[in-house]
Design a binder for this molecule. Structure first.
Ligand SMILES: O=c1[nH]c(=O)c2[nH]c(=O)[nH]c2[nH]1
Length: 302
């Protein structure tokens, strides 16, 4: 006999751009361009098993809610807006048991003209996004994650790869110098016990914690990438994760998923030319995909 094992539904890709004006000088702006996903769980089974739509909060209503609440509340930082949406949905619909809010924030940065930072002109470099996800249950349990995705980086020196297992399937040559490039996907999970409750997310947002952790994770990722003579993607991502955990007491663990975007040396020997790490072929596929999670070791109890 078949049965409904699991279900969830919601609205994805709800996008908006909100202008936030400085209360003292309204010509000074910040912009939030966001893409929001809200997924619900709870007593929705009958809508699947009995075609009973009475329990369905239409995904169109979910979309309207995201937009109206974005208009009426502070959307900076995204962790605060995620907590606001969670509280709104739990407060309004008693049969919701769990909510997952996922927000992606595009990176719009102010820039300078003749040395003067422009109050309301922005530049967007690439596909980098700040992300957060708040998974929340009605009983108060929650998991909050933040991170950065789509940050494409490349270094043309300071990366090696040798000493790996060699067998009869191995063709890769060891190198002391290579191109290293990836699209950074870094997610840090906050320590729920330290945060305490979804309500405390608002207080911690006011204190600047979420912006601070984001800036720290970004800086550590970029600094390590640039400064370390990388032995492998594995070793470098572990070092990045370790630095983030050590620098941020509220972080419970850090996960990286890094594609190894290969750049392959052209062979010009047919022309009698040497290629000394100068001309590379950007390989579209396949690519390595390397993941790890770095956690905080529990403090030994005496
Ligand atoms: O840093 C690397 N890790 C690997 O696991 C790997 N495998 C490979 O072919 N090149 C690389 N580079």
């Amino acid at each position: 006999m078949a049965y409904l094992q699991d279900c969830t539904y919601g609205k994805n890709n709800v996008r908006f751009l909100k202008v936030k004006r400085d209360p003292i000088n309204p010509k000074i702006h910040q912009v939030m361009e966001a893409s929001v996903r809200v997924m619900l769980t709870g007593a929705f089974d009958v809508s699947y098993t009995k075609a009973d739509n009475s329990v369905i909060i239409p995904t169109d209503t979910i979309k309207n809610t995201i937009l109206v609440e974005a208009k009426q509340t502070d959307v900076f930082p995204i962790e605060r807006f995620a907590a606001h949406l969670v509280k709104h949905f739990f407060g309004k619909y008693s049969w919701i048991a769990g909510i997952t809010v996922h927000i992606e924030q595009a990176k719009w940065s102010k820039y300078s003209v003749d040395g003067k930072l422009q109050p309301h002109s922005f530049v967007k470099n690439g596909d980098e996004v700040r992300v957060c996800e708040l998974v929340s249950k009605k009983n108060g349990d929650f998991v909050l994650t933040g991170g950065v995705q789509g940050l494409t980086v490349l270094k043309s020196s300071g990366s090696m790869f040798h000493g790996y297992n060699v067998c009869d399937y191995t063709t890769l040559k060891p190198v002391n110098e290579r191109i290293l490039s990836t699209d950074v996907d870094c997610k840090y999970k906050f320590d729920s016990a330290k945060i305490g409750s979804v309500d405390n997310i608002f207080t911690l947002a006011d204190s600047g914690l979420f912006d601070k952790v984001f800036q720290s994770a970004l800086k550590i990722t970029l600094d390590r990438f640039a400064l370390e003579n990388s032995a492998s993607v594995q070793a470098t991502m572990y070092n990045m994760g370790t630095d983030i955990v050590n620098a941020n007491p509220y972080v419970y663990n850090v996960s990286y998923a890094l594609p190894n975007k290969h750049y392959i040396l052209f062979d010009f020997s047919w022309k009698g030319l040497k290629n000394e790490n100068e001309m590379f072929y950007p390989s579209p596929h396949p690519n390595g995909l390397i993941k790890c999670t770095v956690g905080r070791e529990p403090v030994a109890k005496l």
